[in-house]
Design a protein around this ligand. Structure first.
Ligand SMILES: [Zn+2]
Length: 307
């Protein structure tokens, strides 16, 4: 059996773990990343967490084949360099992961890097609802909207590893300006954070879950929920026309409301897709776990470095 280290770098915590070639997790650790408001840079905390789990692997007498990193923000997967794209994290750019890691650990381990939305999607296809589909789109609704697109059984990387960033697809004539320069980006219109923001702007102080709970009785909530499903339908229609997937898998806390939620998105997508494109596309709820980031990072490593 081969073993790998997975490191999932998030804005508030770093999850690290040892994962086998069949995706079994032997050990995980969580390291707080935001404990001093980033006075300790996120990258420094990541290096410490990586060294820590590497030491643990030695204690367990496990030979580590390599390390897969899942990175918040944008990472150049060819060069293994963090490019940025995450305005809320200071000094999160121009980081050469391999170079820094070699110096810090004192040994040269092979690594791969992938952005966090892609790694979550890869885990979902390895072990979750997207399993068995060669052409499938997995996306997560949360603070933003991120995704992974699989074509012919492979994650679509694009030229530098940025592909699948469906949150910046323009789907409406919106008001909020996005850092990408557009208004009307999918995540600005229909992420959990932004629909809650739209509620607050209309005088409804409520969280994402409550919004759906009251949407039958409250006229403002009802309108926002209708709009939410409409936006997801438009976005999925775009994706189906471009990529012709066999399945759409939807994750994120807000999707945990049961099958009716997925069915509503499906109904809306049908209104925005040519019938013969829509026929046979399966809509599923993701089964993503908290460990999806590090598991997906390891799977990306195996597929990239060993196949
Ligand atoms: Zn945008």
């Amino acid at each position: 059996m081969k073993y790998y280290i997975g490191i999932d770098i998030g804005g508030t915590a770093i999850k690290s773990g040892i994962v086998s070639e069949v995706g079994k997790i032997l050990l995980t650790e969580i390291t707080e990343a935001y404990f001093d408001n980033y006075k300790t840079p996120l990258w420094e905390t990541t290096l410490k967490a990586t060294k820590n789990i590497f030491e643990k692997s030695k204690e367990l007498d496990l030979k580590i084949e390599g390390i897969g990193f899942s990175v918040t923000g944008d990472v150049d997967t060819n060069e293994n360099v963090i490019v940025g794209g995450c305005g809320s994290i200071p000094k999160w750019e121009n980081i050469n992961i391999q170079k820094d890691l070699d110096a810090y650990l004192g040994v040269a381990l092979k690594i791969s890097t992938v952005n966090d939305a892609n790694s979550a999607a890869i885990a979902e296809r390895w072990q979750g609802s997207a399993k068995g589909f060669d052409d499938v789109i997995v996306y997560t609704i949360g603070t933003g909207i991120g995704g992974g697109i699989f074509v012919n059984g492979k994650i679509l990387n694009g030229s530098r590893g940025f592909a699948g960033n469906i949150g910046h697809m323009v789907i409406a004539d919106g008001k909020d300006k996005c850092p990408c320069g557009n208004t009307g980006c999918f995540e600005k219109m229909a992420s959990t954070r932004n629909i809650v923001k739209h509620c607050v702007e209309k005088g409804l102080d409520i969280n994402g879950k409550e919004l759906f709970d009251v949407s039958n009785d409250n006229i403002i909530a009802k309108a926002i929920v209708e709009e939410f499903f409409n936006y997801h339908g438009i976005a999925i229609g775009n994706l189906i026309h471009i990529f012709n997937p066999k399945a759409i898998v939807i994750g994120g806390g807000i999707s945990n409301q049961g099958q009716w939620f997925i069915d509503r998105i499906k109904e809306s997508a049908k209104l925005h897709t040519l019938p013969h494109f829509f026929d046979g596309v399966e809509f599923k709820q993701a089964k993503l776990t908290n460990d999806a980031g590090l598991v997906g990072a390891v799977k990306y490593y195996i597929d990239k470095m060993e196949k």
